[in-house]
Structure formats: C-alpha cells, structure tokens
Design a protein around this ligand. Structure first.
Ligand SMILES: [Zn+2]
Length: 192
C-alpha cells in the first residue's frame, strides 16, 4: 500500500530538516484538510490561529528530546504528516497564551485527536499538549511507528476499535501493559 509518508514525505528534501517546518504540504491530505477547516472555523469564531509545526524529522525530534522539550526520543506522529501544532496568531506572531479548549472541541468535531485530552477526557493524562492535534489514536501509534499501519481517507480515530481498547486499558485491571500515552509527541514550546 502506498502512503503519503512513503510517496511524499520520504521523498521530500526536507524530510531530514533539523529545523521546524510549518508547511501544510507535508501534512497528509486529509489531516491537512481538517486542520484548514479548524483554522477557518476558529476564524469564523473570531479567533486567529496559525500552523506552528507540521512535519518533524528525527533529527529535530532528537534535538527537542535533548533539550527536554519532548518526552519522546524517537519520531512522533508529526514525523508521519499526521500531526499539527496550531497556536494563536497575535499580530502575526505565534502565541500559546490563553485557553485552547475550543481547539479540542473543533478537533473532536473534525475527527482529530486533541493533545489536551488525547481523545479521552475521562482519563487523567500525565502529559497534555493543548496545541497539538493528530489523525490517529494514541493506541495506533506503535503500529504507525512500526510501519504496519497508516490511516486511509475514511479513517476516523473516534470510531477506531483500538481507541475503545485504549479506553478499556485505562481501567484498573492490571492485565494489560500500560499504553504509551505518556510518551506522545510533544510540542516544542518556544525552543526553536
Ligand atoms: Zn505536536
């Protein structure tokens, strides 16, 4: 199966870029469409947003890890064109100030997982990233990173069976190993 990751990202000269990339061309097309819808919807609500980071290389991930800006040493969902950091635009400058719960609502209604609750607000998450959205569940991440899974156009993380398994895994039963929800892609804040 050919994927956007194989066909576009890996062939792009920026795939090894050590610097931040905000180009939506490196977002998987459905992710890109949903991100653009969210930004338009926020604009209609009177909130100006901007894309802060789309694709992220392993080189940049390692640098952010070394700087303590992420808990994930190896590539995250950003590396696959399936995650985007969306911040406020204040006079053209990125801003992380204020409440981003509206972004969570827009993400949810668009079919993107929000880093403010990782798709499950009933769980106490140890790590939150209020400007991050992604088009896969946390439970799918190991398969994504292993190269055995990539979402198709029809994929919606909120109807993903493995999302339900993830929620079930959060129950006190000790039989399942701990999901990797604490080791998710982080947002670099103002490190770049
Ligand atoms: Zn992010």
């Amino acid at each position: 199966m050919s994927t956007f990751y194989d066909d576009v990202i890996l062939k792009d000269p920026r795939s090894a870029s050590p610097t931040r990339i905000a180009d939506v061309a490196l977002l998987e097309p459905k992710t890109r469409q949903l991100v653009q819808q969210i930004i338009a919807a926020a604009q209609a609500m009177g909130v100006s947003l901007m894309v802060y980071e789309t694709y992220r290389s392993q080189a940049r991930q390692q640098e952010l890890f070394d700087n303590g800006a992420t808990k994930l040493r190896s590539v995250g969902v950003h590396n696959y064109g399936l995650a985007c950091d969306i911040v406020r635009a204040i006079r053209g400058e990125p801003s992380w100030k204020g409440d981003f719960s509206f972004l969570g609502q827009l993400a949810h209604s668009s079919g993107l997982i929000w880093g403010g609750d990782w798709g499950d607000p009933t769980i106490q998450h140890s790590f939150l990233d209020a400007v991050h959205v992604q088009r896969c569940t946390v439970a799918r991440q190991p398969a994504l990173f292993a190269g055995t899974w990539y979402p198709d156009d029809a994929y919606n993380p909120y109807t993903d069976d493995s999302h339900l398994l993830f929620a079930a895994a959060a129950s006190p039963k000790p039989s399942r190993s701990k999901p990797a929800r604490t080791a998710v892609a982080s947002h670099p804040r103002k490190k770049s």
